[in-house]
Design a protein around this ligand. Structure first.
Ligand SMILES: [Zn+2]
Length: 144
């Protein structure tokens, strides 16, 4: 299997809080991220797809098809938004890095399938030294 990976970025705000918890419990579990005024990150999303190499083009997918899709589904929708407040997926889920990866998988998987390739992995960076990988299997039921 050959995989192809490209990346896009977005900057967004979020906070980690459970409204049914006390302020003390939110601070104990989520630390500074529980600040209800929020904070921001510059996220980097690596999207990996796989498929057969086309005999005519020599490509799994044309970058000119994949990259605009990521700009429209990731950057255009998430850049400079407050994830908790503006993205319905996060109305009931804390926008942790893990849940951002689950969201992106749900958002991108059908769009990428429509291009004739398979979404294989989503990697989301919150910092250079912190990222999550999602392969579409673990936690899928939790995302439903
Ligand atoms: Zn954060």
């Amino acid at each position: 299997v050959i995989t192809v990976t490209t990346s896009v970025s977005f900057s967004a705000a979020h906070d980690y809080r459970r409204e049914e918890w006390s302020d003390d419990k939110n601070r104990a579990v989520f630390g500074l991220c529980a600040n209800p005024e929020g904070h921001g990150h510059n996220y980097r999303v690596l999207v990996t797809v796989s498929g057969p190499v086309d005999l005519e083009t020599g490509m799994v997918i044309n970058f000119d098809q994949l990259h605009p899709l990521l700009i429209s589904c990731v950057t255009a929708e998430l850049d400079h938004v407050y994830l908790n407040r503006q993205i319905p997926f996060f109305a009931s889920r804390i926008p942790t890095l893990e849940n951002v990866a689950l969201y992106l998988w749900q958002r991108l998987s059908p769009e990428i399938a429509a291009l004739g390739v398979t979404l294989t992995r989503i990697r989301v960076y919150e910092h250079d030294d912190l990222f999550v990988d999602y392969d579409g299997f673990l936690g899928e039921t939790a995302a439903a």
